[in-house]
Design a protein around this ligand. Structure first.
Ligand code: UD1
Length: 338
């Protein structure tokens, strides 16, 4: 079965391509390489022994999207990762984010709506919950006003898919709300490749570990949490990738209970920034140079998932511990720096 993975050379996309190939799916990747590299294909081949088909173009080019579906009329499912994801940049350039993340989604859905049966998995985010009132966060927690245009593109994306599913019964979609993805494939053949100074915690930690960054700033030590630092649900990217395959199989098998469904994808365990640092120190045997500084604007205090729905309905559960995920991130960082 042929699966289209947009953004398939990115961080989560590439790990999902590997898991799809492991399950025997044929993968076609569309990626514009705006935040990835063609070299990722070599990493995928090193792991699976199979080179996915790769087409380099920007999904904003509507005629190319139309042409793609004309040439590939037998797509059994689409997993849509391609999107811009820098929160700060989205505040500076909102229209770029709406064009990149919403425009491309609409073009894809227009093509899928014309198909006899279409299966679609969307990359959403726990950011849609904002600071939820109750922990752990269930899928029924209210969606709060987005803190950034990036976050808004995830909320709007979900609404656009939901509205389309209402009028296109042949379209089946699942939105996966990721908590905090981290880590790398255990082979260290693929992993996260942030451009410039990492904005996310884990790549900053591992870059500090290899000496690329002098000091980690811990954003805020006065939050109302046990150690004063923010709490997140860090999920190993391989576990997250497997959730996509399970969700896709649910749609392909016709086992979904509605043609639009939403699932949290996390571990169910919250870890503080200081706990993440300790985990790094344990798995690397290195001391990390860090300093508690002011809070980062826009950060919420605590977010971790209630994963009951994914566990019971999807039959998926995160397997890796924080230390295992951290070790994989560290192995990858060391490999790319050597
Ligand atoms: C952010 C986005 C989220 C997005 C995710 C992608 C916001 C509000 N949320 O999540 O929508 O899906 O990235 O991975 O921007 N931290 C430090 N020092 C650092 C970097 C981070 O202390 O140098 C802290 C942060 O304050 C936070 C935690 O580490 O408490 C995790 O931060 P980060 O990795 O940036 O993820 P989120 O902000 O949770």
């Amino acid at each position: 079965m042929k699966i289209l993975v947009t953004g398939g050379l990115g961080f989560i996309g590439s790990h999902t391509v590997v898991e799809l190939q492991n399950k025997g799916f044929e993968v076609v990747i569309i990626d514009d390489l705006s935040n990835s590299s063609e070299k990722v294909l070599d990493g995928i081949v090193a792991i699976t022994g199979t080179k996915p088909t790769f087409e380099k173009f920007d999904l904003k080019e509507k005629s190319k999207v139309q042409d793609f579906f004309k040439r590939h009329s037998n797509i059994a499912g689409v997993i849509h990762f391609a999107a811009s994801k820098a929160v700060g940049e989205s505040v500076e350039k909102p229209l770029l984010y709406y064009e990149n993340n919403i425009g491309t989604l609409v073009y894809l859905l227009q093509e899928l709506s014309a198909m006899q049966k279409a299966n679609f998995i969307f990359s959403s985010s726990c950011t849609v919950y904002g600071q939820a009132d109750i922990m752990p966060i269930t899928e029924n927690a209210p969606v709060k006003e987005a803190e950034s245009p990036y976050g808004n593109t995830k909320q709007m994306g979900e609404e656009i898919i939901r509205d389309t599913c209402k009028v296109v019964p042949a379209l089946n979609a699942i939105a996966l709300r990721y908590f905090n993805p981290m880590g790398a494939h255990p082979s260290a053949e693929i992993g996260e490749l942030p451009i410039g100074v990492p904005q996310n915690l884990v790549p900053f930690i591992t870059q500090a570990g290899v000496g690329l960054r002098e000091q980690l700033s811990v954003f805020g030590g006065d939050y109302p949490t046990p150690d004063g630092t923010c709490i997140r649900d860090y999920i190993h990217v391989v576990d997250l990738a497997k959730a996509h395959v399970v969700a896709l199989e649910r749609l392909i098998g016709g086992n979904n209970s509605a043609n639009y469904e939403v699932f949290n994808v996390g571990t169910g365990t919250g870890s503080s920034v200081l706990e993440a640092i300790k985990s790094f120190e344990r798995v690397s045997g290195k001391k990390l140079n860090y300093k508690i500084v002011d809070r980062r604007p826009g950060d919420i205090t605590t977010a971790y998932a209630d994963t009951t729905k994914a566990n019971t309905v999807l039959g998926w559960k995160a397997e890796s511990t924080l230390d295992e995920a951290m070790k994989s991130a560290w192995d990858w960082e060391q490999k790319i720096r050597n």
